[in-house]
Design a protein around this ligand. Structure first.
Ligand code: VHH
Length: 123
């Protein structure tokens, strides 16, 4: 396929795995996210993700966003990114994310959000 397809199994350099379901006609998708590491020291469990992508008929290298609502902590991560395909057909998801932790008071709000970049490749 000369077009990036989000559905399937992905991994990143932190050892997380992500499974994305079939993308529906309006670009919506769901999936599951399994982390190998966490910001909290909670026991790791699989967490649900929901997102949407731009239709592939307009763009070969589609843009997308998704949210992971962590099942083991009161935090949330949103990802935005784009799928790139090299001339051998290898797909890469280049993303940036915001991780929002729950903090106990508004005075701690300043330290509640982490940001980072992250690359996913197919498993
Ligand atoms: C494993 N991770 C991963 O694959 N990322 C791209 C980064 C951004 S989401 C974070 C995990 C947060 C887990 C929930 C928590 O610790 O509160 C880290």
């Amino acid at each position: 396929a000369r077009k990036c397809i989000l559905s399937g199994l992905w991994k990143n350099e932190l050892g997380s795995n992500m499974t994305i379901s079939a993308v529906n006609t309006d670009g919506g998708f769901t999936g599951l996210y399994h982390t190998a590491v966490t910001a909290t020291d909670k026991h790791i469990r699989v967490s649900p993700l929901k997102g949407s992508q731009k239709p592939t008929n307009q763009r070969k290298q589609l843009t997308f966003g998704f949210t992971v609502s962590w099942t083991f902590s009161n935090s949330m991560t949103v990802f935005v990114g784009q799928c790139f395909m090299d001339d051998k057909g290898k797909e890469t998801l280049k993303t940036m994310w915001l991780l929002r932790e729950e903090v106990s008071s508004p005075g701690d709000d300043w330290k509640a959000t982490r940001v980072g970049t992250n690359i996913f490749t197919r498993i």
